[in-house]
Design a protein around this ligand. Structure first.
Ligand code: TEU
Length: 563
């Protein structure tokens, strides 16, 4: 069994400050708004809050474009508000994890402004290159790398007369981690926040820091052109090891790396017991519904494929390392709209998806509103969209042959836009779902009268109450944290059944989880061993708990315990 750690036993709740709660009526969520709702978060039973970036920023990418690492964005509040927040979080026995965005800064950061002026001290803080020319003598960027948000990863800067690299938006230039002063400045900033009493970091695109020397062209046919030269680059492990040894290891904090295209093999380098980080987010299951590996398309997903991915990670990190478990975050559409049935079985499928992340082995991450079964919204016009990623890609799709107007791409853009996760938290059935007294910065999902926190807190059958019970169960039962994982039916098309088991001084604790990912009914033969097990949690009411053959209702989820 794995060594105990508080962050393995914790359940994390993610707050997207812009969309959580607005205290001053400007339509944008803020820190005082979060403080007002902390009791709600604590009542859910979670242990850690991960806060998306609240640093000063022009907000081109909602805070992932930082212009000052040591100041708070004024629409969110002040440093005093932030200090009050961390204190109030700690008063409720929860911990606070901050977002760390150090692959890039905003182009409004002082470092970039000086760098583009060739100030000798900052000249080399970013990745600047001269371009070339094509056959016709027209200027072309230094290589063929692409931005994740579409288009070339290079932008020509008139002021410096060179191109700079931006793997995300043009307003997000990539820092040059080869420069010792960049690393020193970043390490100092990290230490500064740790001294302010935070409990860890979620590290944004942290496996992108090291770019291959010479910046060679990437395979033009790959999912993200250039990725083989900037993901898990040659210096990656040494940067993170230095960060851990010089800074992080002096504090009792948790670290989770967000790592595009992460494999089990690299996860074990970054985040095994000796690795610099505690755990990492991979994206393999979030690509199940891509058609032909393409994000701006939708395909059918299959449960056996999901099980193969989950099994690869559960087994791969069984002996060493630690998993993260998530369906949603601020970059992903709502899970019930993606893997469940928001029309006919919203409650049931939302509970089924909750059971999944709260009973597998790893640290669960719940995104605000997921505990209510919030759904994707409708994005009727381009003007409704706020997400730079969706807007850029919608424009690219509109340039394609045969595509004439937004209506032609609305289905895919509306399904995939990160805005789905960013509609305001639905607190109650009052105007704007209780999020703001003003005009919300993004539309409120029109279903807030049916789906909101106030109703669900009062209802023991709600998605919220179900999450609350399962979070409690997970914190009461070591087997749900540390127990071994076994998939009972790897090839079954609609049933995901697995066990967790843990040997203790007083015997073996076992849990059986049965998840029915379909809207028909299906039978499941209860393993003989579980004939006398207790049905601890289920998203349907049952009289007959342990028949030999269980008839599973649409999206039924069962959790049996055996001690
Ligand atoms: O996102 C990085 C990112 O590219 C992935 O989350 C992406 O959605 C995934 O690889 C798709 O498979 C992070 C932040 O979470 C996001 O909000 C920022 O826009 C981005 O970095 C840039 O900072």
């Amino acid at each position: 069994t794995a060594a105990r750690a508080w962050w393995k036993e914790a359940v994390v709740y993610q707050i997207y400050p812009r969309s959580f709660n607005d205290s001053d009526g400007d339509g944008v969520g803020d820190l005082q708004g979060i403080i007002k709702r902390l009791d709600y978060v604590a009542d859910l039973g979670v242990d850690v809050i991960w806060l998306n970036p609240v640093y000063d920023s022009p907000q081109k990418d909602n805070g992932y474009d930082i212009s000052d690492y040591q100041a708070i964005y004024d629409e969110f509040g002040t440093m005093a508000d932030w200090e009050a927040l961390v204190e109030e979080v700690h008063n409720r026995d929860m911990r606070l994890v901050m977002d760390l965005v150090v692959n890039h800064t905003s182009d409004q950061h002082e470092w970039f402004r000086k760098s583009r002026q060739r100030d000798p001290e900052y000249e080399d803080y970013y990745i600047w290159r001269e371009g070339g020319t094509d056959e016709d003598g027209d200027p072309v960027p230094p290589n063929n790398w692409e931005s994740f948000f579409g288009g070339s990863a290079w932008e020509y800067d008139e002021e410096r007369s060179e191109y700079f690299l931006h793997l995300y938006d043009t307003s997000q230039p990539d820092l040059n981690w080869r420069n010792d002063s960049v690393r020193t400045d970043i390490f100092d900033t990290i230490e500064w926040w740790l001294e302010k009493g935070i409990d860890g970091f979620r590290m944004d695109v942290i496996n992108l820091l090291s770019k291959v020397e010479g910046l060679p062209d990437g395979d033009p046919d790959s999912e993200w052109v250039g990725a083989e030269h900037f993901i898990d680059g040659p210096e990656m492990l040494s940067y993170l090891t230095a960060l851990d040894e010089e800074v992080l290891s002096n504090y009792d904090v948790m670290t989770v790396g967000e790592m595009p295209q992460l494999t089990v093999e690299s996860a074990l380098e970054y985040a095994d017991t000796d690795g610099p980080l505690d755990m990492a987010f991979h994206f393999q299951h979030t690509k199940l519904d891509y058609a032909d590996g393409e994000r701006w398309s939708v395909g059918d997903w299959s449960l056996p494929e999901l099980k193969r991915i989950i099994g690869r990670w559960q087994d791969g990190l069984a002996a060493d390392g630690w998993n993260t478990l998530y369906w949603e975050n601020h970059d992903q559409p709502r899970s019930v709209s993606r893997y469940g049935d928001p029309e006919n079985y919203r409650r049931e499928s939302a509970k089924l998806l909750g059971t999944f992340i709260l009973t597998l082995r790893g640290t669960p991450y719940i995104y605000q509103g997921q505990e209510l079964g919030m759904t994707n919204a409708d994005w009727e016009t381009m003007d409704d969209l706020r997400d730079v990623d969706a807007i850029n890609h919608a424009r690219e799709l509109l340039d394609r042959d045969g595509v004439e107007e937004y209506d032609d791409v609305k289905d895919i853009v509306g399904y995939r836009t990160r805005d789905n996760a960013r509609t305001p938290m639905q607190w109650d059935d009052s105007r704007n779902a209780g999020f703001t007294d003003g005009d919300p910065w993004i539309q409120v999902n029109s279903n807030y009268r049916e789906i909101n926190a106030a109703d669900q807190q009062a209802d023991p059958d709600s998605v919220y109450s179900y999450y609350q019970r399962l979070i409690q169960l997970r914190s009461d039962r070591d087997v749900l944290v540390y127990g071994d994982y076994t998939d009972l039916l790897p090839d079954h098309e609609t049933v995901f059944a697995f066990t967790r088991s843990l040997s203790t001084d007083s015997g073996t604790e076992k849990v059986l989880v049965v998840l029915h990912f379909d809207d028909a009914t299906e039978t499941f033969d209860l393993p003989v061993e579980y004939a006398d097990a207790t049905l601890r949690e289920c998203n349907y009411d049952h009289d007959d708990q342990n028949p030999e053959t269980v008839t599973l209702a649409p999206y039924e989820a069962r959790v049996y315990e055996l001690f």
